[in-house]
Design a protein around this ligand. Structure first.
Ligand SMILES: [Fe+2]
Ligand SMILES: [Fe+2]
Length: 187
């Protein structure tokens, strides 16, 4: 059965005049683009949040994990810009309330814990893992959706970032288990 094309269904306000030539997207493609805008905002927001988390962290290893992930995040932003290009859409960010909230929680942890303590690191790891899990859910869904849409080049971009997010999450787990959590019990 032929799929009905409807370019207006999602986000019709933001895709006016420019969207008349190349980008006759299906509803599902429009949904994909909308989600790209959300995660693009989120990654750009993390470019500002990660340096704050790095400077707030106590242990050298945790600081390094945040600064390393900052570098990875810059690459992820570039990948998202490529993804917009592959869909023939202009790069655009749309505020991600979830990421705004998650990073706010991270700031709350910094406020509520003492500088120079591993207790603060325990809190920062928790906050950072919540961020990673949000990203893992997003990129996992987007990778699958890109495959469903038959866009393997797009899927590859999503999978590459998904793997980086999973690595970052695993690294944070390792730091908590060896041995920030245990050492924090002495404070
Ligand atoms: Fe990311
Ligand atoms: Fe991440």
């Amino acid at each position: 059965m032929a799929q009905t094309r409807n370019t207006k269904a999602i986000n019709s306000k933001s895709s006016k005049s420019k969207s008349s030539t190349k980008d006759q997207l299906t509803m599902l493609e429009e949904l994909f683009v909308d989600e790209l805008k959300d995660i693009y905002w989120a990654e750009k927001h993390l470019l500002k949040a990660l340096p704050k988390m790095a400077s707030a962290a106590t242990s050298v290893k945790l600081k390094k994990s945040f600064t390393d992930h900052l570098q990875a995040t810059k690459g992820q932003v570039t990948r998202l810009e490529k993804a917009f290009g592959l869909l023939g859409k202009k790069v655009q960010a749309k505020k991600c309330e979830a990421m705004a909230g998650l990073t706010k929680e991270g700031e709350g942890i910094i406020e509520d814990t003492e500088k120079g303590t591993l207790t603060r690191d325990v809190g920062l790891i928790m906050a950072a893992q919540k961020v990673e899990h949000y990203e893992i859910a997003t990129y996992g869904s987007l990778a699958q959706l890109a495959k469903t849409l038959g866009k393997m080049d797009l899927a590859k971009l999503m999978v590459d970032t998904l793997e980086e997010e999973r690595e970052a999450d695993q690294l944070l787990t390792n730091l908590a288990e060896n041995n920030i959590n245990v050492e924090a019990t002495a404070e």
